[in-house]
Design a protein around this ligand. Structure first.
Ligand SMILES: NC(=O)c1ccc[n+]([C@@H]2O[C@H](COP(=O)([O-])OP(=O)(O)OC[C@H]3O[C@@H](n4cnc5c(N)ncnc54)[C@H](OP(=O)(O)O)[C@@H]3O)[C@@H](O)[C@H]2O)c1
Length: 251
């Protein structure tokens, strides 16, 4: 039976590359995008390269859009095997970007997409994921949400001073842990991915990794075997080399 994967924010960046990775394994990829033209173009580009890729309109901050997407997937496929909660925003930089300059509206906007949208979509499609033999949920989080790395003076995260984006990823990592516990005695695995610092529009292409490298992390968690982990923050470990380059990151 064909594996069906829904990837949010799949029209570009890490989401697009994740769709490409998963499609290469024969998975049917549902290219979630909030803009129809961008979504259709992305699905067409994947299809031209041989993928079974279909655009699905999906704004994760819009309850109606989420409900429509869940109903469409149910009607067409009756199940969902992989959910990649990839859509995310960095948010505005208010003033000098430090906590004391940050507007509540900025925090709310970032949390709407990076946290609340993920909970809303996951809850909307959970019944479809339960119909899969072994569903996988991947929440694309980040090392910038790690307490341990944030408070380590030797970590590349130490100079970070903004709060909206990092706190949204901390929340998302905990959201991941809680879903993993709720689904502990089921075949469903729920993990948070750390793609590493990838050059995408999110960071004005300043990252030192490619979106494709980041997507490898996401795709790996999306295709975990039955004995794979659940409830982890896993991915690229900045500064580590060799066999340690990828692994579990500290909370
Ligand atoms: N790049 C990095 O270094 C890095 C590192 C760690 C984690 N991440 C995470 O990786 C994920 C992907 O980011 P990226 O770097 O690939 O950034 P990106 O190129 O800016 O892509 C972000 C994607 O999210 C979509 N999106 C934003 N708000 C949305 C909404 N309300 N509904 C649906 N889609 C929405 C965007 O759609 P539009 O094109 O319509 O704006 C776009 O497709 C994010 O969760 C990000 O936090 C990135």
């Amino acid at each position: 039976m064909t594996t069906i994967a829904l990837i949010t924010g799949a029209n570009k960046g890490i989401g697009f590359e994740t769709a490409r990775h998963l499609a290469a394994t024969g998975t049917t990829v549902l290219v979630g995008a909030r803009d129809a033209d961008r979504g259709k173009n992305a699905a067409a580009a994947l299809s031209e390269a041989g993928a079974d890729a279909r655009f699905i309109p999906l704004d994760v901050t819009d309850a109606d859009s989420i409900a429509r997407a869940a109903a469409d997937i149910d009607a067409e496929f009756g199940k969902l095997d992989i959910l990649v909660n990839n859509a995310g925003i960095a948010g505005r930089l208010d003033g000098d970007g430090k906590p004391s300059s940050t507007a509540l509206s900025t925090l709310r906007e970032v949390f709407e997409t990076n946290v609340f949208g993920i909970v809303a979509l996951t809850n909307a499609v959970l019944r479809l994921l339960r119909r899969s033999e072994a569903a996988r949920i991947v929440n694309v989080s980040s090392e910038v949400g790690s307490f341990a790395m944030t408070m380590d003076e030797d970590s590349p995260m130490w100079p970070m001073a903004a709060i909206a984006y990092p706190t949204s990823k901390t929340a998302l990592t905990m959201v991941t842990a809680m879903y993993a516990k709720e689904l502990w005695n089921t075949p469903i695995k729920v993990n948070a991915a750390n793609p590493g610092y990838c050059a995408t529009d999110l960071n004005a292409n300043t990252g030192f990794r490619t979106a494709a490298q980041g997507a490898e992390v996401v795709a790996r968690l999306a295709t975990l075997p039955a004995d794979g982990p659940t409830g982890t923050l896993w991915g690229y470990r900045w500064g580590a080399t060799g066999a340690d380059e990828y692994g579990i990151l500290p909370w």
